[in-house]
Design a protein around this ligand. Structure first.
Ligand SMILES: O=C(O)CCC(=O)C(=O)O
Ligand SMILES: [Fe+2]
Length: 344
């Protein structure tokens, strides 16, 4: 793609988001989203209900339900995660820089990785950490301050993992499949990534997004939203719809790899995060992914004459997705199988 920078040239910004945010300045041009077909769709004014699911209704066995209940029962767990995230982002910049993302790496603290001069940047700071498999953790990037950050993340990740596994089994059952049909594709050592998102105030929400429109590359994403500040929107029937904040609920968002494994039955929704002038916002997104060396593809039981195979089998979709992003392509489209009926 024209305008790509060489890897060693990853650029930093002349003025930080934080400086522009504090001074209420006009965001620099790299952050201004230029109208394209997805960005410029209107925001729905009518309230569209996001389904709220009581997880206990999905269980097929008492034992499974008990396990999930005990995982989620400790009071205040969600609030604790929000607190350590808030304390970390409130630290002086020099302190946060101790955990800075290295050039061309994705783990650590920082802003968007700048891969092209044409790229429009997100108005956000992130701390990205791999939590599973445990032996792949880069503990030097896990904040020592606040002191309970690591324990809190460990506890939360373990709980979120049981929610994700539970959802994978419930989703398989809902399609009359063996309950491990999706989970099996994640392999022995599935990945899980935690991403703490921090969105400073922005003087121009009409021009600047916290996160540009995207679908997640994960299998399942579990999102702990800010308790008070909305910002997440999903594209429904061609309109952006606000996802409400519900303090004690997790938002479940399916990612591309679940769309692939379900042969297109479950959809990976397009979503984005808007900015606002008044309040900063935080969220914690947890993504699971199959082990990169494991081959994934549509579950056999979901392929038949009426629903032909939509996607090829593949390894390391994460890498395919990243390369497509750099080239401005939609990753799911590149792994799709063309059928005659598509070529009208
Ligand atoms: O902050 C949010 O609500 C969503 C963030 C998101 O979409 C992501 O991290 O992939
Ligand atoms: Fe996302």
């Amino acid at each position: 793609m024209a305008g790509n920078l060489l890897s060693s040239e990853e650029k930093s910004l002349p003025r930080s988001i934080q400086e522009m945010s504090i001074d209420g300045d006009e965001p620099s041009p790299q952050f201004v989203v230029k109208g394209n077909s997805i960005v410029s769709k209107e925001t729905a004014t009518e309230l569209i209900q996001i389904p709220i699911i009581d997880l206990s209704l999905l269980s097929s066995s008492e034992a499974e339900l008990e396990k999930l209940k005990s995982a989620l029962s400790s009071a205040g767990c969600f609030q604790k995660v929000r607190e350590v995230a808030k304390q970390f982002f409130a630290l002086p910049e020099e302190e946060k820089q101790k955990y800075a993302r290295a050039v061309n790496e994705s783990e650590g603290y920082g802003n968007d990785r700048i891969v092209s001069e044409k790229q429009v940047l997100d108005w956000s700071y992130r701390l990205t950490l791999r939590v599973f498999p445990r032996d792949k953790r880069r503990l030097s990037l896990w904040p020592k301050n606040p002191s309970d950050f690591s324990d809190t993340l460990e506890e939360f990740s373990t709980k979120v993992k049981s929610v994700m596994d539970y959802l994978s089994r419930s989703m398989a059952r809902s399609l009359n499949l063996e309950e491990d049909s999706f989970l099996n594709q994640f392999g022995e050592q599935p990945l899980m990534l935690a991403r703490f998102n921090f969105y400073p105030r922005c003087s121009r929400p009409d021009l600047v997004l916290g996160v540009k429109p995207h679908t997640d590359r994960s299998g399942i994403t579990v999102l702990l939203q800010d308790k008070e500040v909305e910002g997440l929107q999903i594209l429904v029937d061609d309109k952006w719809v606000n996802v409400p904040t519900i303090p004690d609920a997790l938002v479940v968002n399916l990612g591309d790899q679940m769309q692939i494994m379900s042969n297109g039955i479950f959809k990976s929704p397009m979503h984005r995060v808007v900015t606002n002038t008044e309040k900063l916002r935080m969220s914690v997104a947890m993504f699971n992914e199959p082990e990169p060396e494991n081959e994934i593809g549509p579950v056999e039981g979901l392929i038949d004459e009426t629903r032909p195979r939509l996607y090829r089998n593949m390894k390391n979709y994460g890498d395919i997705n990243y390369r497509c992003y750099q080239e401005g392509k939609i990753a799911l489209e590149t792994v799709k199988i063309a059928h005659n009926s598509d070529q009208k």
